[in-house]
Design a protein around this ligand. Structure first.
Ligand code: FES
Length: 173
């Protein structure tokens, strides 16, 4: 299930090439049947983003460095285009604080669906003006918590349902 696990920028850059548009990656029945995906986190270095495939979609798993976390935490809710956490593990009205976007009690881990909320392109990691992702299709910038900060995308990147099975393993879905 591990689709790609190399250097951060390269990983997601390659992911972008592999998955330029959601329309081209519609999951087939066998992929949809795999409703959950496990990932070993032990090989993901600090600062590295890995892209895995879950239910036919890319999911970004980012081991955020301290400065990246601090930058995301400094953002005030009033600055956000979308004030909702969009985190399937929380209530639908949970605010988009960094704590509500990152993994519970493991703030270095950020897990988001890698599908731009504008028209579905795959954003590029470590790009854009806010320390997160840039969607090159129409210029949507996401910050270090995957929150939309500039551009036409209306919502933050979705946080899929996931849980830690151990300190070094997560199960998505
Ligand atoms: S699809 Fe991402 S900005 Fe349009």
């Amino acid at each position: 299930m591990l689709f790609l696990a190399t250097g951060a920028a390269a990983a997601v850059g390659a992911g972008f090439l592999a998955w330029p548009f959601v329309a081209q990656m519609n999951p087939d029945a066998s992929e949809l049947a795999l409703s959950s995906t496990e990932l070993d986190l032990s090989q993901i270095a600090e600062g590295q983003v890995v892209t895995i495939k879950w239910r036919g979609k890319p999911v970004f798993v980012w081991n955020r460095a301290k400065d990246q976390i601090e930058k995301a935490k400094e953002v005030k809710l009033e600055e956000l285009i979308d004030p909702l956490a969009r985190n399937e593990n929380l209530e639908p009205d949970a605010p988009a604080t960094d704590a509500n976007r990152a993994a519970k009690d493991k703030e270095n881990w950020l897990v988001v669906v890698g599908v731009c909320t504008h028209l579905g392109c795959v954003p590029i990691a470590n790009s854009g003006d806010f320390g997160g992702w840039l969607c090159p299709c129409h210029g949507s910038h996401y910050d270090g918590a995957g929150r939309i900060r500039r551009g036409p995308a209306p919502q933050n990147l979705d946080v899929p349902p996931y849980a830690f099975e151990s300190d070094t393993k997560i199960k998505i879905g």
